[in-house]
Design a protein around this ligand. Sequence first.
Ligand code: HMG
Ligand code: MG
Length: 302
Amino acid sequence: MRLPERVTIVEVGPRDGLQNEPGTVPTDVKIAFVDRLAATGLPVVEATSFVHPKWVPQLADAAEVLGGITPVDGVRYPVLVPNETGLERALARGAGEVAVFGAASEAFSAKNLNRTIDESLDMFRPVVARARAAGVRVRGYVSTVCGCPYQGEVPVADVVRMTVAMLELGCEEISLGDTIGVGTPGQVQDLLEAVTAHAPVERLAVHMHDTYGQGLVNTLAAFETGVTIADSSAGGLGGCPYAPGAKGNLATEDLVYALHGSGVRTGVDLDALVDTTAWMAQQLGRPPVSRVAEAILAKRQR
Ligand code: HMG
Ligand code: MG
């Protein structure tokens, strides 16, 4: 395989993972989860989300979480903000990086943001401008890049258009999200070929959900095209409350194991990561879905 020498993993468990939990995880557990993840060598830990608390009650304590973590030097802690209200709440707690999140599909944009795609861009424009003026880095998500839970197929041209629009707004990096995890490696490579004709590959990340068990191969397929940033979540937690049936993200343990075994550096201590996942599984009262975490934990018991 033609893989990069080093990749950047964006850990999204505390946000994408916990936004989808049936119950609300106590604030002190969320804070400890973020701190433990940062201590494993992960360079980026998406900490929480300043969305409307009625839309995602699981993360209504975003301010307490962001205010409660103990930042590690060199680790970035982005938070989701859909609009200026979210940005103001995040800046008030000292956010150093934010992420706006749009979609390539109109149907998903309507369900997730209560906005058309154009309206969502209008909503993000002042957010990105104000964040950048405050010296805050902005990431942009484009969801439903391989398919939409409401609309079905999503034309590649729509993904390209939204990626370019988000870059033009001033997002420094775009994370392409297979929100419902339906993509396949060939589809991902075709998609990236089209997107990289209009956007620099070093500013792209991939965000693969594992609903159909394709999260790892899809991420590796993206790395083969020159992408060097990927999102994943410890223990494979995750999903989106507005994408019915979507399972968790690619598990960070599975990604790290595949990369280290292939000679690709990540900076992550896999054993420490498995410890954190095991601890979080105890808090949630169910085992992790990561095959690698499961295998390492079973081996430790033998
Ligand atoms: P809306 O109902 O259209 O909001 O929702 P509005 O702008 O009309 O405002 C209504 C009220 O909400 C106002 O209060 C606002 O102040 C308040 P009122 O004047 O009535 O008293 N409000 C807020 N309060 C707190 N924080 C805020 C905020 N915004 C407005 N940020 C909105 C529009 C965007 C807010 C809503 O649709 C929303 O919060 N959506 C978020 C949905 C979400 O979080 N989805 C999951 C994350 S996306 C995802 O998981 C995909 C991803 O992982 C990538 C992938 O997998 O593809 C990123
Ligand atoms: Mg997601």
